[in-house]
Design a protein around this ligand. Structure first.
Ligand SMILES: O=C(O)CCC(=O)C(=O)O
Length: 333
């Protein structure tokens, strides 16, 4: 209780929502997040840290290998959904479906995955929460490097993403690149907008770079405070992944202030999920106090559900947001 109160004061003091100019904003966010992360480092971690948790602490990422969940049907449906969207504009670099849990029940199993959740808690602390998730394609046509194609951190300090490969991804494909050990950086003065992007030489001269590759069904967890980038430049292939994000509880609602979503609105929750085995914040789901993902026009889970469940092709003319590259699926009627 007291800890939560102090956490909230720390976050408020930093004024994440400040309307001041970028430089001041950057300074505020930096200060807020650093104080928060330092404070959180006192959270008692599980003394029996897994090898994966240790790998996260040491390198900023952990390759979990195959997660033991059959994703054949999920991978096929995802391909079907995405393949029906026109993909010939080189400026198009992201296709995504947020709150995709109805597409295929395999996705629920990742939320309930004991080893993933233990590793997330081991690293972020016992109050770690699932934030949001999406099916995500970098289309074959993408041939511009900007935004996530540039070296960057995610601007929220210590925070984990799980990438699950929906097909084999080898070196030379659209791998994610990660600067090993950069998760410990403080990013002084580089907490806003373009400033969160780094020049290749600032990163590649200083850190060992690894590529996230693996077989279909493999998972990789990484701290997005570390510098990373997607392969958005010209490439022979597309790449489909399932992405999950996690943050500690008191930080989670503020993740939304950085333009990210948090939680699953109750309408979009899978019905056959064992909530107690997930990192979902049940109080937030059923008593929405936090700024939860409530189905803005960037996501239409029900459309994904219909297409996935009824095996219908996606709307042939979906709109794509020119700025974010997000597919705007048809709205529920
Ligand atoms: O898709 C990728 O490989 C990188 C995505 C990324 O940068 C991110 O999720 O922050």
């Amino acid at each position: 209780m007291l800890r939560t109160h102090i956490d909230n004061l720390l976050l408020r003091f930093g004024s994440v929502e400040s309307k001041s100019p970028d430089r001041v904003k950057s300074k505020n966010v930096n200060r807020t997040i650093r104080r928060f992360d330092n404070f959180k480092s006192n959270v008692k971690h599980n003394p029996q840290l897994s090898g994966y948790t240790n790998s996260l602490m040491e390198n900023g990422y952990a390759h979990l290998g195959n997660l033991g969940i059959n994703i054949d049907s999920l991978s096929e449906k995802t391909n079907l959904l995405f393949s029906n969207i026109p993909q010939d504009d080189p400026d198009l670099n992201v296709l995504s479906i947020i709150n995709h849990f109805f597409v295929d029940s395999a996705t629920n199993k990742f939320l309930e995955h004991r080893e993933v959740n233990d590793t997330v808690r081991g690293y972020l602390g016992e109050d770690a929460l699932f934030g949001w998730s999406m099916l995500f394609r970098i289309p074959q046509c993408s041939s511009v490097s900007r935004s996530s194609g540039l070296w960057h951190h995610d601007c929220i300090g210590r925070h984990l993403k799980l990438f699950v490969f929906l097909h084999d991804v080898d070196s030379g494909d659209r791998t994610t690149k990660y600067a090993v050990g950069s998760h410990r950086m403080t990013h002084n003065g580089r907490w806003w907008g373009e400033l969160t992007r780094y020049q290749p030489n600032e990163v590649e001269d200083q850190f060992e770079i690894v590529e996230f590759r693996g077989r279909k069904g493999d998972g990789i967890l990484f701290d997005t405070n570390g510098l990373h980038r997607g392969t958005w430049e010209a490439n022979a292939n597309s790449r489909d992944i399932l992405k999950f994000c996690y943050a500690s509880a008191t930080k989670a609602p503020h993740v939304a202030d950085h333009g990210l979503m948090i939680g699953i609105h109750k309408e979009y929750l899978p019905t056959n999920i064992d909530l107690d085995n997930t990192l979902l914040d049940q109080s937030a789901i059923f008593n929405t106090k936090v700024k939860i993902n409530d189905g803005s026009d960037r996501c239409d889970e029900i459309s994904a559900f219909q297409y996935g469940q009824r095996e219908k092709p996606v709307d042939p003319n979906p709109k794509v947001d020119a700025l974010t590259g997000q597919v705007l699926l048809p709205q529920r009627s």
